[in-house]
Ligand binder design. Structure first.
Ligand code: UD1
Ligand code: CA
Length: 460
């Protein structure tokens, strides 16, 4: 939007978080809260975005380094929200238009509300516009004191009279200000209040006394403007984000047995008729097809699942792909670009790392398959291990179509087992096995008759 500038306040210590991590880097449903604020701000297409940092400024800056075009200003010491805005004067003094001021700790604010804010502000020709909400429990927030219809002032909880504390309309901490005259007005804010801080909301009464227009805009859903000051609030806001996602998924045809214990990141996608049992975690852009069933305790991160995939209990899948009709788990671990072809089956205590498992192949029990290329219809016996690491390098094991790997086999990579070959139980495969061959490495079995009886008599 033309002549629109964003300022985000994020210098505060976040004392009530009791954390060494800066408050705005704490995650709301898997995403740092400041990233959520930046995302809704960016949709306004501002001419500039300035972040006021202070407490642990360097850590915040580093965490946000991938965002090009952010201007950081450091507020040191942190003397309040009005003082924080004043530190942006060097960046904004030469600019025209309006500034939309956001709080780094109010992460659920929608673009819709921000657009309403800008529209109301411009249409009314106001000097300042405040986003407000009527809430059940206004505790801790600044209260909107009205004089008739119009906003007269904002009173902080700690400075409010008992009567003012009854007011349920609160200040969201989100505002639009005309840049013209803004910094001079902010400079006139005093710190005669309970917290000895320079309060930005005091600008409302200052403007009103000067006869300047101050407007308010309400939010549809009061939850949008929840601020995070403590871990309890962090959890509450995360729950809202997750519930919203779960509701969207259910509306689109996904069965979620227990939404309260189902954690699906906002950027994940799940197809219709997929069933999520209680306590599952679907994270970081995972895409799941239709008709799948994900059992309790599963965690699926940055992965793609086709249709009709079954993930049994306590299976962990990261950065991998499971195609149509695959079944995995319970207790399987699938990671690092593993690709499991349609209809393949992975059983309990099987780990796959950077492995391709071909169509219809099976590894049902206790195996480690790392850096392996496994063809179609291969059967991997219990206890099979690809010895893929020689202490310096990772090497590839290739198992061609139709091969049968007997239980307790070690495959010392690099090595290839040819098509339809048969590896006997307990074999240590050090050399390639030709297609159709049988490989055995154990010596001939010896039975020593009467050994147990002799050992016993010796002891006595
Ligand atoms: C503030 C508002 C209150 C409003 C509430 C909404 C003031 C005085 N009060 O209260 O009316 O209802 O937000 O959530 O503004 N910050 C700085 N520098 C500072 C102080 C704060 O950058 O010197 C930043 C914080 O990091 C935070 C934001 O400003 O992101 C708000 O500060 P905070 O201390 O959380 O204010 P509240 O007490 O929540
Ligand atoms: Ca706050």
């Amino acid at each position: 939007m033309s002549h629109l500038h964003i300022v985000i306040l994020a210098a505060g210590k976040g004392t009530r978080m009791k954390s060494t991590l800066p408050k705005v880097l704490h995650q709301v449903a898997g995403v740092p809260m400041i990233e959520r604020v930046l995302a809704s701000a960016a949709r306004l297409e501002p001419q500039s975005t300035t972040l006021v940092v202070g407490h642990q400024a360097e850590n915040v800056r580093t965490a946000l380094s991938r965002h090009a075009g952010l201007t950081f200003v450091v507020q040191e010491p942190q003397l309040g929200t009005a003082h924080a805005l004043l530190t942006t004067e060097s960046v904004l003094a030469s600019k025209r238009g309006l500034v939309v001021l956001l709080s780094g700790d109010v992460p659920l604010l929608t673009t819709n509300t921000l657009e309403n804010l800008v529209q109301t502000h411009r249409q009314a020709g106001a000097a300042a516009t405040v986003v407000t909400a009527v809430v059940e429990d206004p505790h801790g927030y600044g209260r909107i004191v009205r004089d008739g219809e119009r906003i007269a002032q904002i009173v902080e909880e700690k400075d409010a009279t008992p009567a003012e504390r009854q007011i349920r309309e609160i200040n969201s901490g989100i505002y639009a200000f005309e840049l013209d005259g803004l910094f001079d007005a902010v400079r006139s804010i005093a710190s005669e209040n309970a917290q000895r801080e320079y309060y930005l909301p005091d600008l409302v009464s200052i403007y009103r006394r000067r006869g300047l227009g101050v407007e308010t805009v309400g939010v549809e859903d009061a939850r949008e403007i929840l601020g995070i000051n403590s871990r309890v609030e962090l959890a509450a806001v995360s729950t809202i984000v997750r519930q919203t996602k779960n509701s969207e998924l259910m509306a689109a045809g996904v069965t979620i047995e227990d939404p309260a214990t189902t954690y699906v990141d906002a950027d994940a996608q799940i197809g219709a008729d997929t069933i999520l049992h209680p306590c599952v975690f679907i994270e970081r852009g995972t895409v799941i097809g239709a008709g799948c069933e994900i059992h309790s305790g599963a965690r699926i991160v940055a992965s793609r699942l086709g249709d009709r995939v079954t993930v049994l209990n306590h299976t962990i899948i990261t950065d991998s792909r499971l195609e149509d009709g695959v079944s995995a788990g319970p207790f399987a671990h699938i990671r690092n670009d593993t690709v499991v072809a349609p209809g393949a089956k992975i059983g309990n205590f099987v780990e796959l790392k950077k492995t391709a498992l071909g169509r219809g192949s099976k590894s049902m029990h206790l195996a480690y398959l790392g850096d392996a290329v496994i063809g179609e219809r291969v059967n991997i016996g219990a206890g099979t291990i690809t010895c893929n690491y020689d202490g310096t390098r990772k090497q590839t094991t290739t198992i061609e179509d139709g091969a049968f790997i007997g239980s307790d086999t070690q495959l010392i990579a690099p090595v290839t087992v040819g098509a339809n070959a048969y590896v006997g139980t307990g074999t240590t495969v050090r050399e390639n096995v030709p297609g159709g061959a049988l490989a055995v490495s154990a010596g001939k079995q010896r039975n020593i008759d009467g050994w147990v009886e002799r050992k016993r008599t010796k002891k006595n």
